[in-house]
Design a protein around this ligand. Sequence first.
Ligand SMILES: [Zn+2]
Length: 676
Amino acid sequence: MFGGRLWRRTEGDVNFPKGVSRRQFVSGVMSSAALACLPKTAGAFAGGAAFEDLLLQGGRPHGPEGRVTLLAAPFPMEQVRLLDGPFLDATKANLQYLHSLPVDRLVHNFRVNAGLASTAEPLGGWEAPDCELRGHFTGHFLSACALAYASTGDVELKTKGEAVVAELAKCQDAKGNGYLSAFPESFFDRLSDGKGVWAPFYTLHKIMAGNLDMYTYCQSEQALAVAEGMARWMGHWTNGISDDHMQRILKTEYGGTNEALYNLSAITGKWQYFRTATRFEQPDYFGPLAGHRDELKGLHTNTNIPKVIGAARRYELTGDPYYHEVAEYFWEEVTQERAYVTGGTSNGEGWDTDAGNLSKALSLWSEECCCGYNMLKLTRHVHQWTADPRYMDYYERTLFNSRLGTQHPDNGMKMYYFPLETGYWKFFHSQFNSFWCCTGTGVEEFSKFTDTIYSHNEHDVFVNLFIASEVRWPEKGLTVRQKTSFPEQEGTSITVKAEKPVQAGINIRIPSWAADGGTVELNGKALPVFSSPGSYLRITREWADGDRLEVKLPMRLRTEPLLGDRTQVAALYGPIVLAGRLGAEGLTEAMQFDPDHGPTQLAPPHAEAKGSANIFAKSAEEIRTAAWLEPVKGQPLTFTTVGQKNATMLIPLNQIFGERYAVYWKTSTHAEDSDS
Ligand SMILES: [Zn+2]
């Protein structure tokens, strides 16, 4: 999100690439290589026209699953349950926060805007009655309630979500034209007239997506009707706008409006929503991506990830390879050329450097949390098309390092920026006075940790992530239970429950970080096979009740350089990014939490970094292999620097709270460069 007062900028300032027509790029990208990697069913339905024909035949010819064969679709969250571990703990802290938010306060601005009485105390921050983004969090809240219900079965949150939907429906009815928002329609006049307004379609997207989630996970027909009303209003509004004018309008952040409308068209089988979705598309942005050109420099990061998730959805619904290229190339470029060691991306909310160069991009404002959330969302799409374990390497990296540690364990408050410059600390929102974009994506993320731990195709289950949990596969009469204290435990224990013996494959991800010595035992006997790092180990057999797999995935210490600057490195153990502990000197509570009164702060004001992280080693090889680190005996995942003037302790970045830290270390291999 454009971060309000701090980072507000418009993309009107950015030089967009010269427009190239969509069709030119379709022909450009349809090389035989590109075709070869497409699932077989995709080609037959290439192009929007075929999809349109199918839709016009009526009914629901396609369904949400679309036209693309999914090689590894995530299991529905309803079939997955977390067991004791850090993800369940984090889920519980998030649920506690969701339970603490009152319905009447969440719908207050909507009621006022619809001319209905409300005596509730308004919320603050980006939900304050004078904030142009008001209403966005109520949408996120609906998504979070729906996802939490699917993930944990929390009926109270389902009921709470339904109560919000019922109130929103009243507000929508009062307006009478489908419009539903906490701010007046005149905001859209300002948008149309280029008069400056924060992000009205972005906000509507959150509200529509929230209602869609309430339908999808809680079967709320009322929520679907609300979403359809909003989509009809959007269709009507955009109908009056020319293509050129629409392109100017789309320079203002609009979130994943295209994705939500594609989802709605898939759910309802109604072509008109699909057509409205296509109005929220920028050929000037997608064109270079489809042509495999990185022209992302200068763009606002979190504005531009959800658009690509919409492209991924359009590919799934139509099989059109253009959108496949957009999504896959974008994923590749961001994760390989524009991501930190944590998997996160953006600095000061933007991509302001050339590809592959983050040497000047470590700051207090690194890595907006929303970006990690949206990259995980995109990764789920590209992974399910291919079952390529590389996507899950990135997913694991980002989930454990960029997401898990961005919630305060005591109260469920989330972060906005994730500072990666040495000497800063984590800063969290307040209960009722922040409601940042990242509060919104945060409450969603921490409601859906059951997502994508496991995937499946017709015959096989994929164990993507090592998280204590259980997945039920009723079609197979099979349950797979994972007990692990990963990453403290370097591996996982899998138990099969089966009513009767069942033939299936279990694919266990062997991560790219796995060190030598990995093994797998079946019922206590070592199997004579393993798989190389960065692959799935597939074990097929007739599984019987009680079958056990014991998987050992040895971890090792290593470093990774910052993109564009090999003298700065981060340390990892397995997939876990380590943070140097720099102490809590001068850190007050006020410096760690947004105040619950007054204007919201996205980061601590006047924040000053303290402490340094310098490493001297004899050789580049010593730096690369993290020879300057040693494990601390008796303390899992804890390390200390060795051979330096002062020893610094390191623990997982996702476990550091209330303390200054270092992720990247400045290295030198000459004694005179060593820091004192
Ligand atoms: Zn955000």
